[in-house]
Design a protein around this ligand. Structure first.
Ligand SMILES: Nc1ncnc2c1ncn2[C@@H]1O[C@H](COP(=O)(O)OP(=O)(O)OP(=O)(O)O)[C@@H](O)[C@H]1O
Length: 275
C-alpha cells in the first residue's frame, strides 16, 4: 500500500536521521523496502506499532543480516519480505514487482527445522519439488543432488528423529533450495545449534551462497555470526522497530574472528546495540 502521508512522514524521518546509503540504481534495488510499517492488533483492542518507516534496498547476490534486540521486529520484517505477512504501510518490491505473497523467488529457512517427522531426509527435500511438475523419480534425484550439496547424501534415508539438529537444519536448507529461489530468507537458522555445528554450517552456507549466488537475508542474535557472513549488517532498534544503522562489512572472505578489523566492527556494533 502506498500511502502518500506515510511516504512523506518517512522521507522527513530519513532526512532528519539518515541511516543507510540509498541508491537509485535499479540494479542495486533487487529487494526494495519502501517506508514499511507494521501494526498488530493487541488483545486489548488497541494496536501496537512493530515496524515504522523501514527503508532499505538490497542488491542481487548480497548477503544482508538483521540484528537487534529481541522484539525489534526482525522476524516480522523477514516475514513481510517472504510474503507471509502484509505490511500495514509502505511496500516491498522484488525485482520491481510488489510482494503480494510467497512464491516470488523467496525460499525460507526457520530456526525450528519444521521437517515432516514421517518423511526421510530425501523425501523431506523432495517435498520442496511438489509444485515443480517433475515425476517422483526426478524429484527424488534432484532431492539427492541437494542433499549432496549440503553434505548429507549418506543420511538420505534417515528420519528427522534419527538426525542431529545440525543435520536437520541442513535438510531444511536443501528443501528451501529446491525451487531454486533467488532469495534465501533465514530466520535464526543456526540459533538452536551448538557453537561448533553453528560455525560448520556458517561455512557451508557461505559455500552455497558463493556457488549459487543467492541473495540472502539472515536474522541472527549473534554479532559474530553476522560479521562472519554478511556484506552488510542492518541494526534495528525497537519500539517501534526501525533501522538504526547499517554497517558495511568491508572484510575479505574467509574471515577470521582474530582480525583487528573484525573486532573493531564488533565493538562498534555492540556499542550501537547497547545504547
Ligand atoms: N502476530 C502478532 N500479533 C501481535 N504482536 C506480534 C505478532 N507477531 C509479532 N508481534 C510482536 O511484534 C514485535 C516484534 O516481533 P518480532 O518477532 O518481529 O521481533 P524479533 O526482533 O524477531 O524478536 P526475537 O529476536 O525475540 O525473535 C514483538 O513485540 C512481538 O510481540
Amino acid at each position: 500500500m502506498l500511502d502518500h502521508d506515510n511516504l512523506a512522514r518517512c522521507a522527513l524521518r530519513r532526512s532528519e536521521a539518515p541511516v543507510a546509503k540509498r541508491t537509485t540504481s535499479p540494479f542495486l534495488q533487487f529487494i526494495a523496502i519502501n517506508s514499511v510499517g507494521k501494526t498488530f492488533a493487541a488483545r486489548t483492542g488497541s494496536s501496537i506499532s512493530v515496524l515504522d518507516c523501514v527503508d532499505l534496498t538490497i542488491a542481487e547476490n548480497e548477503f544482508v543480516s538483521f540484528v537487534g534486540r529481541s522484539g525489534c521486529g526482525k522476524t516480522t520484517l523477514l516475514n513481510i519480505i517472504a510474503g507471509l505477512e502484509d505490511a500495514t504501510q509502505g511496500q516491498i518490491t522484488i525485482a520491481g514487482r510488489p510482494v503480494t505473497g510467497p512464491g516470488q523467488g523467496q525460499g525460507v529457512v526457520f530456526q525450528q527445522h519444521a521437517l515432516f517427522p514421517w518423511l526421510t531426509a530425501v523425501d523431506n527435500v523432495a517435498f520442496g519439488f511438489r509444485k515443480s511438475g517433475l515425476n517422483k523419480t526426478d524429484r527424488r534425484q534432484k532431492a539427492m543432488d541437494l542433499l549432496t550439496l549440503v553434505g548429507l547424501e549418506a543420511a538420505a534415508s534417515k528420519y528427522p528423529r534419527e538426525m542431529s539438529g545440525g543435520m536437520q537444519q541442513r535438510v531444511s536448507i536443501a528443501r528451501a533450495l529446491a525451487l531454486d529461489p533467488q532469495i534465501l530468507l533465514m530466520d535464526e537458522p543456526f540459533g538452536a545449534l551448538d557453537e561448533l555445528t553453528r560455525i560448520e554450517l556458517q561455512h557451508e552456507l557461505l559455500r552455497i551462497w558463493e556457488a549459487q549466488r543467492k541473495t540472502v537475508v539472515f536474522v541472527t542474535h549473534s554479532i559474530n555470526e553476522a560479521l562472519m557472513l554478511s556484506d552488510r549488517i542492518v541494526l534495528l532498534a525497537p519500539n517501534p522497530g526501525r533501522i538504526k544503522r547499517v554497517f558495511d562489512v568491508d572484510l575479505p572472505r574467509p574471515r577470521s574472528r582474530t582480525e583487528p578489523r573484525f573486532n573493531a566492527l564488533y565493538e562498534e556494533i555492540w556499542d550501537e546495540l547497547s545504547t
